[in-house]
Design a protein around this ligand. Structure first.
Ligand code: SF4
Length: 66
């Protein structure tokens, strides 16, 4: 699984960082970006889905492995 934060959509609520600090970080302006190239380890997949579901801007895209 991978995650991508759409920089155009992100409004900097930081909910994703609160839910999954292992997967998201913020820049100096509070906007979020994915860490580790967006690669999600299996044990963090549930957190990644929770963060995406709780993003008010729907700015987080989940890309499932095939
Ligand atoms: S929850 Fe969504 S809008 Fe808020 S910082 Fe994270 S990606 Fe951006």
């Amino acid at each position: 699984m991978k995650i991508v934060v759409d920089q155009e959509e992100c409004q900097g609520h930081n909910r994703c960082v609160v839910i999954a600090p292992e997967l998201f970080d913020t820049d100096d302006y509070g906007y979020a970006h994915e860490m580790e190239g967006g690669v999600v380890p299996p044990e963090l997949e549930e957190k990644a889905r929770l963060a995406a579901a709780n993003c008010p801007e729907s700015a987080i895209t989940i890309i499932e492995d095939n």
